[in-house]
Ligand binder design. Structure first.
Ligand SMILES: *Cc1c(COP(=O)(O)O)cnc(C)c1O
Length: 422
């Protein structure tokens, strides 16, 4: 049974009351499920001493969620200054933070080095002279290029803007050694929503091979390898979840083999976003209009501002109608749409669902990662609130909905005009 089914058992009996109390639309997240997934991840990799998950903040950048991650001892993977600040406010500090930026500015680096610093994960060799100081511990993001085919979503590494190329990777560590760094880590991020665990195992194998090679060339030891995120979740009911047990066993074997050969075992770091929170969130929205033209449309009170994945990737998100199912009454095939003046503003296209009446509550599944966070304000659409179903059964508001005042806030500024002189 997918983790999200347990969430629905906890949520659905009270959902009508929760919706009446807070008003729709909202994303609601499941504290219990997040803790279960995090603890399962920790248990699976426990034999690798120093295993650490750095939650990818961009997936769900809410302080209440980040605090749940801290309770499990997790760190944070950040790629922007606001993400660093948010993570520090949630209790992440020093080596519990990884800064994986790309196209980095000097200001980004300054903030990364402030307040006790963080692990710097450099995206390119050209950034070395731009560092405001020489960190003791340095990590590089590796891009294998044509040596590895990317998975479907993330594409071909040879076309990806990220990371240091194979030809430059030894020189990158060499330069940092010359500058005085003494501790080293190695990172890559090659997959997105990958449910074939072997792909992740191959990434670990690739990094350990790379460590062997760099060690041979430079004589340095590596404190950790970071296999990035990209673990997939079953968005469709027929999808199988990634086999965490098999994945961790095979990766542990690789690490054990490395230790037997080299006399030490690096730590294993991971930066899962989707896997940690994706199944543990749903978007709850109310049916407000129906329209029958060439197709039948159900208009709901949420739109793309709450969830972009269906519109921009054609991604599937399972939808249920509260109190209705295939057995309880008639079905019909509809498009479930928001209110943007963009025809991609659809949560589902030609989906067969129980017949929806006005005021019905729709539960759009698996919105706990890359959901609210990706939302935008195009067409002056505002983003919805976020709620947390806590372990004790209570529900807390953890982010209010945007208001018109938020939308107008950037229109309040001091008059500022440039005129050509002379
Ligand atoms: C987005 C991102 C992640 C998380 O990806 P998921 O698919 O959510 O696991 C991890 N690391 C980096 C560098 C990323 O950009």
């Amino acid at each position: 049974m997918p983790a999200s089914d347990d969430f629905k058992k906890r949520l659905l009996p009270n959902l009508a009351d929760i919706a009446a109390h807070f008003g729709t639309p909202f994303h609601i997240y499941d504290e219990t499920g997040i803790l279960e997934t995090g603890n399962a991840l920790k248990a699976a990799f426990a034999p690798i001493h120093g295993f650490m998950e750095y939650f990818a903040v961009k997936a769900l950048p809410n302080p209440a969620i980040l605090k749940i991650m801290r309770r499990m001892g997790f760190g944070f993977d950040c790629s922007s200054v606001p993400e660093l600040v948010l993570s520090r406010q949630a209790g992440g500090a020093g080596e519990a933070l990884i800064f994986t930026s790309n196209n980095t500015t000097d200001r980004d680096f300054q903030v990364a080095f402030e307040d006790g610093g963080c692990i710097i994960n450099l995206d390119d060799i050209s950034l070395i002279p731009r560092l405001p100081a020489v960190p003791e511990l340095i990590c590089f993001r590796y891009n294998p290029g044509p040596r590895r085919t990317g998975n479907e979503i993330i594409g071909n590494p040879a076309e990806a803007k990220y990371g240091v190329s194979h030809d430059q990777i030894v020189e990158a560590y060499n330069l940092m050694m010359q500058k005085g760094s003494t501790r080293f880590g190695l990172h890559t991020m090659l997959a997105s929503n990958e449910r074939n665990y072997s792909y992740i195992v191959e990434t670990a194998r690739m990094l350990l091979d790379l460590v062997r090679w760099i060690t041979e060339e430079l004589g340095i030891k590596f404190e950790f390898i970071n296999i990035g995120g990209g673990l997939g979740i079953p968005y469709r009911p027929e999808d199988a979840p990634i086999d965490l047990g098999a994945m961790s066993r095979e990766i542990i074997d690789l690490f054990t083999g490395f230790q037997a050969e080299n006399g030490y075992m690096p730590k294993l770091f991971m930066e899962s976003g989707r896997y940690m929170t994706g199944p543990h969130g749903v978007l709850v929205t109310r049916a407000i209009n129906r329209k029958d033209i060439y197709r039948n449309y159900i208009g709901v009170d949420a739109c793309m501002s709450a969830l972009m994945r269906p519109g921009i990737y054609g991604a599937y998100h399972h939808i249920e109608v509260l109190g209705k199912n295939a057995e309880s009454g008639p079905l019909e095939t509809v498009d479930v749409v928001g209110s943007l003046c963009e025809n991609i503003d659809k949560f589902a296209v030609q989906r067969t669902l129980p017949k929806i009446d006005p005021d019905d509550l729709l539960i759009i599944s698996d919105t706990g990662a890359h959901g609210h966070a990706m939302g935008f304000n195009y067409n002056a659409k505002l983003r919805p609130k976020e709620l947390l179903l806590r372990q004790d059964g209570s529900v807390a508001l953890i982010r209010r909905e945007e208001t018109m005042a938020d939308y107008f806030a950037t229109l309040e500024f001091e008059k500022n005009i440039f005129r050509k002189s002379g």
